[in-house]
Design a protein. Structure first.
Ligand code: SIN
Ligand code: FE2
Length: 212
């Protein structure tokens, strides 16, 4: 039987922060194939935080700029430090999804130049942080796409100690946050074990930014 209450396609979480359930499902095959190619060219790796800790999340990038972290800090780089080559190009299917999600959330004209690919094995987590290494944070939103295993996203406030909203994310869900929410703290709770039909024992997040 069809559900009496169809699932909403756009859920406001806070001013400027929107959840788009299933936003990527129409093109999941194209997106997963492009993702596999990116990870083949630039394999995910566990970077060190500036404090010298190994991140439990393994990361890679595609697009003109890639986010990197090491003992000297966080920054964007044109070249993959592991290979010395430019990061893989941003696949068209990724750019289309990011643009469409931003526009559905009210941010027209979003053109990402960076996509951070975060690979969570069961047990991995991401502690609360702000995304503020981009040149013009006020001018562009963040678009974040969840693939593979589910996870609980923590959307905090503008101060680290603010209460967090727990947002369950499934394969294909997109989150957009910009405007008054752009500098909100956020993180991901420890990912539980499981097996996803397309991505196996992994949660993968694509985080689209306008970095340069
Ligand atoms: C991030 O904050 O860069 C990633 C968030 C996520 O994995 O959902
Ligand atoms: Fe982030």
């Amino acid at each position: 039987m069809a559900s009496l209450f169809p699932s909403p396609d756009c859920i406001g979480l806070a001013p400027g922060a929107v959840l788009l359930p299933g936003a990527a499902l129409d093109d999941e095959t194209g997106i997963v194939q492009a993702l596999n190619e990116v990870l083949e060219q630039a394999p995910p790796r566990h970077m060190l935080t500036p404090g010298g800790l190994r991140m439990s999340v393994a990361v890679s990038n595609c697009g003109g700029l890639g986010w990197v972290s090491d003992r000297s800090g966080y920054r964007y780089e044109r070249l993959d430090p592991d290979s010395g080559r430019p990061w893989p190009a941003l696949p068209d299917s990724f750019a289309r999804l990011a643009r469409a999600a931003a526009s559905r959330a009210g941010f027209e004209g979003f053109e990402p130049d960076a996509c951070l690919v975060s690979v969570y094995a069961p047990g991995a987590r991401l502690s609360l942080h702000q995304d503020k290494d981009e040149r013009d944070v006020a001018g562009h939103p963040l678009v974040s796409l969840s693939l593979g295993l589910p996870a609980v996203f923590q959307l905090g406030g503008l101060a680290r100690g603010d209460r967090t909203l727990k947002v369950p994310l499934s394969h294909g869900d997109a989150l957009v946050w910009g405007g008054a929410s752009r500098l909100r703290y956020h993180g991901v709770a420890t990912v539980s074990d499981g097996e996803h039909r397309l991505l196996g024992r992994r949660r993968i997040n694509l985080s689209f930014r306008r970095a340069g």
